[in-house]
Design a protein around this ligand. Structure first.
Ligand SMILES: Nc1ncnc2c1ncn2[C@@H]1O[C@H](COP(=O)(O)OP(=O)(O)OP(=O)(O)O)[C@@H](O)[C@H]1O
Length: 270
């Protein structure tokens, strides 16, 4: 049994078909990077995995059982921006990631449970490099620090699946490089299964163990919304860089055009 199985999933909004015939199996610990033209449904796919939406057709299975129908502690998520609570301090932003799943009714822990949650949050913040920023508010942090905070908040409840929607898209190249190193470090030590949407081809194939390309196979110019995107390429990324480069070079030009290759020197080899 695969860790995750996507069985013939379709997603449509009215008569607008966004995704069609998605079929995929993912083993635990894989880091899947998702690329494709703007608007082809990558974020929609993440929302299905998160449980924010239900598919129009098909099934998403986690260890053979339907994915929980609502967002819960099994999945963490980081968006490009605005994932954190602006009115909470850095430490409270991460502590609340433990409080919400553990204290269903009030969303708050008290006494020793609260103290332990704050200690766990502090350790997680040290790990992502925010050990000196516990009492600051998100607006006082740089973009890179805010994304470190969002990652800490997503990871504190120890999810099994981490969903990242262009998490580094708004950051400068130098900061991105630091964030790539942080993500790989956290992924390696946690054994998390990761799905990450990116528009940066380099990011896609240097961070991922697998690159998934979303694209439309069927296009009707008279009815542009009649058909959705599928996973048209599923490229294993391994240490054989030559093989990877050949696979990428074989992608159709319109797919390559949709992904902005960021200059090579800004990126580390995995
Ligand atoms: N709740 C919704 N209701 C109606 N249409 C929606 C809804 N959510 C998404 N869509 C449509 O689905 C399509 C896919 O959107 P989505 O954001 O998933 O694409 P994407 O590949 O992530 O795009 P980008 O790369 O630009 O972020 C878009 O045309 C969008 O307008």
């Amino acid at each position: 049994m695969s860790f995750i199985e996507i069985r013939n999933v379709w997603q449509a909004y009215g008569d607008h078909v966004v995704l069609e015939r998605l079929k995929l199996t993912v083993e635990e610990g894989q880091l899947c990077t998702l690329v494709g033209a703007s608007g082809c449904g990558k974020s929609t796919f993440l929302r299905l995995l998160l449980g924010q939406e239900r598919p129009s057709k098909g099934q998403l299975l986690l260890q053979g059982k339907p994915f929980p129908a609502e967002p819960d502690a099994s999945r963490g998520v980081v968006f490009q921006r605005y994932s954190v609570f602006p009115h909470l301090t850095v430490l409270d932003n991460v502590t609340i990631g433990l409080e919400l799943p553990r204290a269903h009714l009030t969303g708050r822990l008290w006494g020793s449970a609260k103290r332990r949650a704050r200690e766990e949050a502090a350790q997680m913040l040290e790990k992502v490099g925010l050990g000196a920023a516990f009492h600051q508010y998100p607006s006082q942090l740089s973009g890179g620090m805010q994304q470190r905070l969002a990652i800490a908040q997503a990871l504190i409840a120890r999810p099994r699946v981490l969903l990242l929607d262009e998490p580094f898209g708004a950051l400068d190249p130098g900061i991105r490089k630091d964030m790539h190193a942080l993500l790989l470090e956290l992924w390696r030590e946690s054994g998390l299964t990761v799905f990450m949407v990116t528009h940066d081809l380099y990011e896609g194939f240097h961070l991922g163990t697998r690159l998934l390309v979303f694209d439309k196979v069927r296009i009707d110019p008279q009815a542009p919304q009649a058909y959705g995107a599928r996973i048209t390429y599923d490229i294993p990324l391994n240490s054989d860089r030559r093989q990877t480069r050949e696979a990428i070079a074989a992608l159709p030009p319109h797919v390559l055009d949709a992904i902005n290759p960021v200059s090579q020197e800004n990126h580390d080899e995995r």
